[in-house]
Write a protein that binds this ligand. Structure first.
Ligand SMILES: NC(=O)c1ccc[n+]([C@@H]2O[C@H](COP(=O)([O-])OP(=O)(O)OC[C@H]3O[C@@H](n4cnc5c(N)ncnc54)[C@H](OP(=O)(O)O)[C@@H]3O)[C@@H](O)[C@H]2O)c1
Length: 281
């Protein structure tokens, strides 16, 4: 990595905890590969200090900021303006500093759709999609699938109130189905996305988010979890003949969109993918 100078621009991720974040590795690799004089650090920001952090971003002129849990909603409240989708989602994962005016974006869903195209050549247009989960990631993915022209987006979530709230963002193509009633929508889906936390962590834990005997060849199954790289769901889906992808590509593509918003340059996606894959292997 080149040594910072007086002209080096600073970017950062804010949230708590951030010490295990892959973002510094990802973005510093990208800046180096693109030969851009920026440096990226992780800044631990307590939830209640998000307004102070925004004042600091303005005062110190950071070039761009990523926002991670649990600060995404607070960041939406502190931004000077929001993109329409960030406003709808009420959550921001990327701040663009336009001459001191902090614009909040949400790149998670668009990153997911870009990853689907890049890794699996899957176009959601007119396709039947099922999103498992109704948390922040599930909502941004479901909205991006609608934006990409999906024929149907079904939310399946343990807590029905949260599922209904997510569906309210999606217009006519969205609906909620309870997990116990989801057999037919899962069987007939073109795309199934696990956006719950099931599958994270201990690889010896073989929990899956639904009955995997419903999976068949011709389907695309994506697990946005990336630790571990091969979740029990992905192992079962591949064994049943589906096309599969983990969360690495989404992680890279949502970061690539941030990079492009901050720098105006095309992101070095191949270098970013290689460094994350290597780190997680
Ligand atoms: N690849 C990427 O770039 C990327 C980006 C962001 C997040 N992620 C991953 O996405 C996952 C979700 O993140 P998030 O930020 O959306 O989290 P979140 O807002 O906390 O939502 C978690 C979701 O998981 C569901 N859930 C949790 N445990 C469950 C269980 N035992 N049974 C059924 N449902 C369960 C929750 O259901 P209830 O509503 O019923 O509680 C909720 O819908 C995490 O694994 C995270 O690592 C990946």
């Amino acid at each position: 990595m080149r040594a910072p100078t007086g002209e080096t621009r600073l970017a950062a991720v804010i949230g708590s905890p951030v010490e295990h974040s892959l973002s510094p590795l990802l973005f510093n690799t990208a800046f180096e590969a693109a030969d851009i004089d920026w440096v990226y650090v992780a800044l631990e920001v307590e939830h209640l200090r998000v307004p102070d952090a925004f004042a600091g971003i303005r005062a110190m002129g950071l070039g761009g900021v990523s926002v991670t849990m649990p600060d995404k909603e607070a960041a939406a409240a502190c931004a000077d303006s929001l993109t329409p989708d960030a406003e709808l989602l009420g959550a921001v994962n990327c701040i663009v500093n336009v001459d001191g005016h902090l614009v909040g974006h949400n790149t998670d869903g668009a990153g997911f759709v870009a990853a689907l195209g890049a890794e699996l050549l899957f176009d959601p247009s007119d396709r039947r999609c099922v999103v498992l989960g109704a948390g922040g990631s599930a909502r941004s993915i479901a909205l991006a699938l609608v934006r990409a022209g999906a024929g149907e987006v079904v939310i399946v979530n343990r807590t029905s109130e949260r599922a209904e709230k997510a569906v309210a963002l999606l217009g006519a193509v969205g609906r909620a189905v309870a997990p116990d009633d989801a057999g037919e929508v899962l069987r007939s889906a073109d795309l199934i996305v696990n956006a719950t936390s099931i599958g994270m962590g201990d690889p010896s834990d073989d929990e899956v988010p639904f009955d995997v005997s419903l999976i068949h060849p011709g389907q695309v199954v994506v697990d946005i979890v990336y630790r571990p790289l091969r979740t029990p769901l992905l192992i079962a889906a591949a064994a049943r003949g589906a096309s599969t992808a983990n969360g690495v590509s989404m992680l890279v593509h949502q970061a690539a969109i941030q990079f492009e918003l901050w720098t105006g340059r095309a992101a070095p996606v191949a270098a970013m993918t290689a460094v994350v894959a290597d780190k997680l292997a």
